[in-house]
Design a protein around this ligand. Structure first.
Ligand SMILES: NC(=O)c1ccc[n+]([C@@H]2O[C@H](COP(=O)([O-])OP(=O)(O)OC[C@H]3O[C@@H](n4cnc5c(N)ncnc54)[C@H](O)[C@@H]3O)[C@@H](O)[C@H]2O)c1
Length: 438
């Protein structure tokens, strides 16, 4: 039997480990490279360190048994044995929203030290257009002495999956692939056809593929901002936004998204800066960022209008995660809410069933369990992430609560009113709407 081709996946996070496990179950031998020793050790024991990704633990265990998946902290050594290198190390923004390449730059240096002639390097990390070639391709040339397009090949293929359904999305969404040149594109397309068995969408350049992923995120941010803007106006007009969305979207050209208390996570609130910082600093893209980040402030001002100053009020935020049912805090709206409540000298608390008390305390906020003795002191509840645990929350326990602001328009207004709690939604809501753009 012919030996399997070897792929190194650099970065074994939520996405990288999933890709590595899928490739290792589809005719490749995979070496995962990560700087985190604990991650490497768990993979080398056949275990997934990512727990809430359906199907992943099984795939890692299968690949371990077949001996097609191993891991190392020695990236350059792994790269030196590989024909294909897939890079999925994050690029984020710092507190000033400047692009932060520090982790991926280190990964690229290691790749450049180990790369052998004829290898293909594919970047999957979301990147500002031009980065694959001008920053990483050039860095590999500089360190290795090889020429891109001659001694090694370069491609970009954005990762478009959604947490909690990564394996399913990898099969369903077309894999967009751009190459430095014809040979790079051909090698990358052949690889993904075999490794993912999904539809491939070839595009004409690296930059087109890079741009397409950032554009998807900007599209989402701008459309959520529009929904938020319309919702704030709907409140002034005394109409229900949920009803409006249902009516407007009954025609195929309208696709109004759900409004909400804010946009979090490591994609939508971050990637617009990949355009804003490269010159798209006027117009809808930066304005939408501003509108969406202002929603936390808007929600708090609605509460203040209802009950006056928040000083010394006990306020419980439901959900530290940026969205429902995931344990992720990057750019969570809760962090914006905490800052604002502190400025207003309120006593802020956070509940999140996915985090331990000590994990919540790391954000300089007091954790609170949903327990009659604790929540009976609460004056205001802010629903930020609608985890499944909150679906049957008993608001009778909150017997001093005056106001609930439902940041996700998921709660039952009538039931809360019967308990004497004033309900405030985004867009005057209280009717649960199920929009497909959630
Ligand atoms: N998570 C998502 O929902 C999602 C969705 C679509 C696209 N993406 C893309 O995938 C990228 C990775 O996301 P993730 O959720 O897997 O991130 P993650 O934070 O879960 O994992 C990143 C991994 O990279 C490792 N790492 C950091 N620096 C390294 C280096 N120099 N060398 C080797 N490993 C290094 C870390 O130790 C960590 O294990 C994102 O930046 C984004 O571009 C993510």
């Amino acid at each position: 039997m012919e030996p399997l081709p070897i792929v190194t996946v650099v970065g074994l996070g939520k996405i990288g480990l999933t890709l590595a496990a899928v490739f290792a179950n589809n005719s490749y031998r995979v070496i995962g490279a990560d700087i985190n020793q604990e991650v490497v050790e768990s993979v080398n024991q056949g275990k997934s360190h990512i727990k809430n990704e359906p199907g992943l633990e099984q795939l890692v265990s299968n690949a371990y048994k077949k001996q097609t998946l191993s891991a190392t902290v020695k990236t350059s050594e792994a790269v030196s044995q590989s024909d294909i290198i897939v890079v999925i190390v994050p690029v984020l923004v710092d507190d000033q929203n400047h692009i932060d390449y520090q982790y991926i730059d280190l990964a690229v240096q290691e790749i450049a030290k180990g790369i052998k002639s004829g290898s293909l390097v594919v970047f999957e990390t979301t990147l500002p257009p031009g980065t694959t070639k001008n920053r990483f391709g050039k860095k590999i040339e500089e360190i290795s002495g090889y020429r891109m397009g001659e001694d090694f090949y370069l491609a970009y293929s954005p990762e478009r999956v959604y947490s909690n359904r990564i394996i399913q999305d990898l099969k369903v969404y077309p894999k967009v692939v751009g190459g430095l040149d014809g040979k790079s594109l051909e090698l990358a397309t052949d690889f993904y056809k075999r490794a993912l068995e999904c539809e491939i969408m070839e595009v004409s350049s690296l930059e087109t593929a890079e741009f397409s992923k950032v554009a998807e995120c900007v599209y989402r941010d701008v459309n959520i901002a529009l929904a938020n803007e319309l919702s704030m106006f709907a409140e002034k007009q005394n109409v229900q936004m949920s009803e409006i969305i249902k009516a407007s979207n009954s025609q195929p050209y309208s696709n109004i998204h759900n409004p909400g208390i804010g946009v979090g996570g490591h994609c939508i609130p971050i990637y617009p800066y990949f355009f804003i910082n490269k010159g798209l600093d006027q117009g809808l893209t930066p304005l939408s960022r501003q509108i969406n980040d202002n929603m936390a402030n808007y929600a708090i001002s609605k509460v203040e209008k209802e009950i006056g100053e928040l000083e010394d009020k006990n306020i419980l935020i439901l959900g530290l995660s940026y969205r429902e049912n995931v344990k992720e805090t990057t750019k969570s709206t809760t962090l914006l809410l905490i800052d604002q409540l502190k400025d207003k000298k309120a006593n802020a608390f956070v509940n999140d069933p996915l985090f331990s008390n000590s994990e919540i305390e790391k954000f300089n906020i007091k954790p609170m369990s949903i327990d009659a003795s604790e929540v009976s002191e609460i004056d205001v509840v802010i629903l930020q992430a609608f985890h499944q645990e909150y679906e049957n929350l008993d608001f009778k326990l909150f017997n001093n609560c005056k106001v609930i602001i439902d940041g996700r328009n998921k709660l039952d207004k009538n039931a809360l009113s019967k308990l004497g709690i004033t309900y405030l939604g985004i867009g005057n809501d209280g009717n649960v709407i199920q929009n497909t753009n959630d």
